[in-house]
Write a protein that binds this ligand. Structure first.
Ligand code: ADP
Ligand code: AMP
Length: 216
């Protein structure tokens, strides 16, 4: 099963991705996670993309497309995958179409998690992420059992450097480049919209139902 998550920053893509991966066993391919890992490991890619992530701007298409092409060629993607945060521009969407044609794995569904823009600032500034396993929390909406400690692995929770008010504003502006993808996938009959303003578990039951209905 080939699935893509689409939605504004803070819509809940990563939160649902954790559940989808656990239940359906497909690898979670998040370009944001890949870039953050490269930055943490101080690789050449990390050095190149750090300025973009810190400020909230999009990483250039050629670089982003290259890392996805390499990732999709890995063995665990042969039986399906979950794309989260890619594509984010029309050029990326067109490049993805070509890649998926080349490997004979078309998308089954694009889950569009829709939320009104007003809720995003509080979601993003309250987000906390586990440094060890990447699990996502929120200080109010999804608090860990022990403050600052991951429920799953005991890792340390941290605040992303781009979850500051200033970077969030830039990211929301950058979303103008991603918004046309909603129509792009709707025209291709792939889009399924989910109301992301509902509680996390309600969103999850809708997402799960859609994925089961397409044969997940
Ligand atoms: P994205 O991956 O789309 O940027 P996340 O999944 O990281 O978004 O969610 C952003 C923040 O909002 C996180 O702190 C998460 O715990 C919280 N969150 C996610 N879904 C919901 C929801 N349905 N209701 C309230 N808070 C949510
Ligand atoms: P995310 O984890 O999806 O919120 O992404 C965090 C940051 O990584 C974004 O603000 C961009 O700087 C960068 N990024 C992630 N995915 C992409 C993409 N598909 N295209 C360009 N930049 C991206």
């Amino acid at each position: 099963m080939q699935v893509m998550l689409l939605g504004m920053p803070g819509a809940g893509k990563g939160t649902q991705a954790e559940r989808i991966t656990r239940e359906f066993g497909i690898p979670h391919i998040s370009t944001g996670d890949m870039f953050r890992k490269a930055i943490a490991n101080q690789t050449p890619l990390g050095m190149e993309v750090k300025q973009y992530l810190d400020s909230g701007r999009l990483v250039p298409d050629d670089l982003t497309i290259r890392i996805v092409r390499e990732r999709l060629a890995e063995a665990d993607a042969a039986n399906g995958f979950l794309l989260d945060g890619f594509p984010r521009t029309l050029a990326q969407a067109e490049a993805l179409d070509q890649m998926l044609r080349d490997i004979g794995k078309p998308l089954d569904v694009v889950l569009y998690i829709h939320v009104p823009q007003e809720v995003l600032l509080s979601r993003l500034t309250g987000r906390r992420v586990c440094r060890a396993c990447g699990a996502t929390y929120h200080v109010v909406f999804q608090p860990p059992q022990r403050e600052g400690v991951c429920d799953h692995c005991g890792g340390e929770l941290y605040q992303r450097s781009d979850d500051t008010e200033e970077a969030v504003r830039t990211r929301l502006e950058q979303y103008a480049q991603t918004a046309p993808l909603v129509e792009y996938y709707r025209e291709r009959g792939l889009l399924r919209q989910v109301d992301g303003e509902q509680p996390i578990e309600t969103v999850w039951s809708e997402v799960r139902r859609i994925l089961l209905s397409i044969g997940g």
